[in-house]
Design a binder for this molecule. Structure first.
Ligand code: AMP
Length: 116
């Protein structure tokens, strides 16, 4: 595992900063968002650091599949059979606030579209 200095999600992955972990795999970890936007709001991150989806897909596209696999397991674990959203904010204009790639898994209520 690479821990990038001052990366919040690397510290969560390393257990240095606590998180409410929902599920974990060899390569990824899923934990509850500290500021949930829906009844279920879980973040799925790789244990290895990538800044965003562009970085991830350029360097380890197979890992993206593992992250989405864990995201679907989170949805099942959380009982979101009636629907859920997987979203990632990539870069400043998209509103990405933590520069460690993550997928939001949102559900438990009706979700509007399009996003703001
Ligand atoms: P984004 O804005 O797409 O980069 O998403 C970052 C997410 O990380 C936001 O939804 C934050 O609420 C969440 N977040 C920030 N700090 C923590 C933390 N310590 N534990 C859990 N979630 C966090």
């Amino acid at each position: 595992m690479s821990a990038v200095q001052d990366c919040l999600f690397c510290k969560i992955s390393a257990g240095v900063i606590p998180a409410d972990v929902v599920l974990e795999s060899d390569s990824a970890i899923a934990f509850r968002d500290i500021d949930p936007k829906a009844p279920t709001h879980v973040l799925v991150i790789p244990k290895k650091h990538f800044a965003d989806v562009t970085d991830l897909m350029s360097n380890d596209p197979d890992l993206a599949s593992e992250l989405l696999t864990l995201a679907t397991k989170v949805a099942e674990h959380e009982g979101l059979a009636s629907g859920y959203r997987i979203v990632t904010n990539n870069g400043e204009d998209a509103g990405q606030s933590v520069a460690h790639v993550h997928f939001h898994v949102l559900g438990g209520r009706s979700l509007s579209w399009p996003p703001g």
